[in-house]
Design a protein around this ligand. Structure first.
Ligand SMILES: [Cu+2]
Length: 181
């Protein structure tokens, strides 16, 4: 597990270096996106979680997330209210200049609703993030996110780990019902 993580970090670092020349054309928002990944899903699973680390050069607002593999995306946060974990959709998340903001399981995260197909572990999906710049412009940035199975979080596993995913999406369905549209 450690080895794998290391290998991947190293790979990303190399890519980052190679792309430095292009970066400012592509990365107009000035937001560094690292550790982008999504949770693998099984057929029929109505929602997938996606996660990133974001670090903005200048303070901007993250206002939307979308992916070509899903009908729509939402930004969620989890919080404890009276000992109960709750989730709610957020219209925007402030990314203070120079500070890393982490979207991860159990914290703020992205939900991709109605995936057109299952997302197998080891595949890659695109995430497009929309940022509102200080002058009000919306700038989009697309990154690749690695799809990971439950194994990558739990370590080991017996091949039935997708049940963990089910528990997660049951919560989300309840949440979606509450949030209601
Ligand atoms: Cu959620």
């Amino acid at each position: 597990m450690q080895m794998t993580r290391h290998g991947r970090r190293f790979g990303l670092a190399l890519l980052g270096f190679a792309w430095t020349g292009l970066a400012w054309a592509a990365n107009e928002a000035g937001v560094e996106v690292t550790n982008a990944w999504a949770r693998a899903t099984v057929a029929g699973q109505p929602v997938a979680g996606a996660f990133v680390d974001l670090k903005a050069k200048k303070t901007v607002q993250l206002v939307a997330v979308e992916s070509p593999v899903a009908k729509r995306g939402e930004i969620h946060e989890m919080s404890q209210e009276g000992g109960v974990m709750r989730m709610r959709a957020m219209k925007s998340v402030k990314l203070p200049a120079g500070r890393k903001v982490t979207f991860s399981p159990g914290g703020m995260h992205f939900m991709l609703f109605d995936p057109a197909r299952p997302l197998p572990a080891g595949s890659t999906i695109e995430l497009t993030l929309s940022f509102r710049m200080p002058d009000g412009r919306i700038v989009k940035q697309t990154v690749d996110a690695e799809v990971r199975g439950m194994d990558s979080a739990a370590g080991g596993g017996d091949g039935h780990d997708s049940h963990g995913g089910h528990a997660g999406h049951d919560m989300h369905e309840g949440h979606a019902g509450h949030g209601s549209k």
